[in-house]
Write a protein that binds this ligand. Structure first.
Ligand SMILES: [Zn+2]
Length: 365
């Protein structure tokens, strides 16, 4: 559902809204009280929601991926083809235009600077392979800059072949994102199981993290039907922009609620081909590993790579015992290939089974 029907779910996008509504409806159907927490997500340059709109009767909107180092804001003008962005390709006077450049062998920084020098308001780079891509302007350039998929770029070129078109390239500075927080009838959270449902702009996010979101929903359903009380569930938004949803949720908890919370379980990237891995608070990891052994479920204990983070980190930072349950991927993380079709779901069931066993053992009478 999340990766195939809704697709890429960047914080603040209509797709993220659709995913939040879907999750909220599910929780409500199982008898939970649902709170949708809105928060401002910002400052994470790689994750800004961005769109390209073709104005006029042919009006159509594409999701694009803002370049890191792009200016935020709305650039509107005619779309000008600037080849592959070689010095001769960019028209000398592109004032207030949006220049369309085919990604080939010119560095993004040169493309953006040439467009800026020619007076352009924006630069739109067409990918040279399927899907969208992450791109970096280092140092930042004072122009609105984004990448568009190969397929969408082809549609734009077809429109352009028929005559002049006016477009708006909009890179949002700050967006409203959402957490979908489900509490049982008792209102008490002795445990909190969560996963983020947002994605990076260039990926449908099946493995990262429709897989973890699906486990959280399934645990909520199973806990309700087994009559386990005092367990809460959440789908976090804004993770890819720096754990913004989990940090916001923590800021909304009262001291008493934090006191009652025995454990937080974070399901992120949970359907890889590798052995399920437990990452986080040592005591929780040990307890989960012992439980897995007892149940004959595969599980190892490890630590996150240096440059990686996930929502459990926000809880650990706040002094709350938290554990991440994950499974090493097949190399699709944060790529256009992270699709439902490419999911290797070997670890999905054992992680969900372990998750349910943890709810029976921790925080249940
Ligand atoms: Zn993730």
């Amino acid at each position: 559902m999340l990766s195939s029907e809704i697709g890429t779910r960047v914080a603040g996008s209509p797709q993220e809204d659709a995913a939040a509504t879907y999750a909220s409806d599910q929780f409500l159907a199982w008898g939970y009280d649902v709170e949708v927490q809105d928060f401002q997500a910002q400052g994470a340059d790689l994750q800004r929601h961005a769109t390209l709109t073709v104005e006029g009767p042919e009006g159509v909107e594409f999701i694009v991926a803002a370049l890191f180092g792009s200016r935020s804001g709305e650039a509107r003008g005619r779309l000008l083809d600037a080849g592959t962005g070689q010095p001769d390709d960019v028209p000398a006077d592109a004032s207030n235009a949006i220049v369309l450049i085919q990604r080939d062998d010119v560095p993004f920084l040169d493309m953006a600077n040439r467009a800026l020098e020619a007076g352009a308001a924006g630069v739109l780079i067409v990918n040279k392979e399927p899907g969208r891509f992450p791109g970096v302007l280092e140092p930042a350039v004072d122009i609105v800059a984004a990448g568009i998929s190969q397929a969408d770029g082809a549609v734009l070129r077809e429109l352009l072949a028929k005559g002049d078109i006016e477009v708006t390239l909009d890179v949002r500075e700050s967006v409203t994102a959402h957490n979908v927080f489900a509490r049982p009838a008792s209102g008490t959270c002795r445990t909190l199981s969560g996963g983020h449902y947002d994605t990076v702009p260039w990926s449908p996010g099946a493995y990262d993290n429709a897989s973890g979101s699906a486990i959280v929903l399934e645990l909520a359903r199973a806990a309700a039907s087994a009559g386990l009380s005092d367990h809460c569930f959440v789908l976090w938004g804004g993770e890819e922009g720096g754990l913004q949803g989990s940090r916001f949720l923590i800021s909304e908890l009262t001291d008493n609620e934090i006191e009652l919370l025995e454990a937080v379980f974070n399901y992120d990237a949970a359907a890889g081909p590798g052995e399920p891995q437990l990452i986080g608070a040592t005591s929780l990891a040990g307890q989960a590993k012992a439980l897995a052994d007892e149940l004959g479920l595969p599980a190892g204990i490890t630590v996150l790579p240096e440059n990686a983070s996930s929502d459990h980190t926000a809880f650990l930072d706040a002094g709350i015992a938290a554990l991440m349950l994950t499974a090493p991927d097949a190399g699709t993380l944060h790529t256009p290939d992270d699709t439902f079709e490419n999911l290797v779901e070997t670890s999905l069931q054992p992680i969900a089974d372990l998750g349910f066993a943890l709810l029976q053992e921790i925080g249940s009478p």
